[in-house]
Design a protein around this ligand. Structure first.
Ligand SMILES: Nc1ncnc2c1ncn2[C@@H]1O[C@H](COP(=O)(O)OP(=O)(O)O)[C@@H](O)[C@H]1O
Ligand SMILES: [Mg+2]
Length: 294
């Protein structure tokens, strides 16, 4: 187990050590979340590196990462624990487990992420990633609020399980809806924005080190220009990385209208956006990008 970072600089070094290129503001809020033991709520567009923060924190701190992926209809059962009905039935039929009451024991419990996060871990308190909370329904938020305020969960038939040490909690939202104030109030908040040119360049150098420097600059400048265009879904950092990897696989050394047309599917995922970009608009943006880079 690694000690928690003692300064903002130490957080920056930890993130950097995992290939994550974050802003000073992000390092600051991560430092504070760790120092104060508060959940960190990260909001931002898809593909800007929110989920990755939890992953690199866990890896950098040598903690277990426990991920709760939120979705519509997610309820306490799926988040905390469920009974293994099949195994219970078999045990009851076989006359094992001492009858009906006996099957409500740990042995027949299927542990889900929130319960797992309350258990002692050999490497120290785990990193609990509650990912894409905006996809869950509002009642689930209320439930979560309770679990996060005392770091404990209750299983009706078994009782309460309390974490020996509070997990490091990271919540993310793509902001398809607003998450409730009450939950936000429990957390430190950070808006993860699209990176500026230099930072996105550094991210590409870290994630696709084999791409040629000149091409990388063109890719970043083009994607940054695209984000200013009127698109249904703007490309995130994930898309920039994917695109660079595609171009590298194709041995492309410089962007051209043809190359862009052939590989646009790596950065734009909606036919309307692709149509808009194909032909004239992509060429126009590319010309501007090339001019700005020289
Ligand atoms: N600042 C960054 N430094 C390094 N890699 C990044 C950064 N931001 C995003 N990435 C990469 O982009 C991809 C998408 O990130 P992810 O965390 O899944 O986005 P989000 O959760 O915001 O949708 C990941 O592969 C991640 O490694
Ligand atoms: Mg994510």
């Amino acid at each position: 187990m690694t000690d928690l970072p003692g300064s903002i600089d130490a957080v920056e070094a930890l993130l950097e050590g995992q290939g994550y290129v974050g802003s000073r503001a992000l390092a600051t809020v991560v430092f504070l979340a760790l120092r104060l033991g508060k959940p960190l709520f990260l909001e931002g567009e898809a593909g800007v590196g929110k989920t990755e923060i939890a992953k690199v924190l866990a890896a950098g701190l040598g903690r277990r990462l426990i991920r709760l992926q939120c979705h519509e209809g997610l309820d306490a059962g799926a988040a905390v624990s469920e009974w293994n009905f099949a195994a219970q039935m078999i045990a009851i039929r076989a006359g094992e487990a001492g009858g009906r009451a006996g099957v409500f024991s740990e042995e027949f419990l299927i542990e889900r992420p929130l319960l797992a996060a309350m258990r002692p871990q050999p490497g120290g308190a785990p990193v609990l990633l509650i990912d894409e909370l905006d996809r869950a329904d509002e009642p689930f938020e209320a439930f979560l609020l309770e679990a996060l305020s005392d770091f404990q969960v209750t299983i009706p038939e078994l009782g309460t399980v309390k974490a020996p040490a509070p997990p490091i909690v990271i919540l993310t939202s793509n902001r398809t809806r607003e998450v409730h104030d009450a939950l936000k109030r429990r957390c430190l908040y950070h808006w993860v924005d699209y990176p500026a040119f230099d930072r996105e360049l550094a991210i590409l150098k870290s994630r696709v080190p084999d791409a040629a420097a000149a091409l990388t600059r063109e890719v970043v400048a083009f994607v940054q220009a695209l984000r200013g265009a009127d698109l249904f879904k703007r490309p995130g950092v994930a898309e920039t990385i994917d695109w660079a990897k595609c171009l590298l696989a194709l041995d492309v050394i410089a962007l051209s209208p043809e190359v862009i047309a052939d590989t646009l599917g790596a950065i734009l995922k909606y036919q309307d956006d692709i149509q808009k970009l194909n032909g004239l608009e992509a060429t126009k943006i590319l010309n501007e990008v090339k001019k700005a880079l020289t």
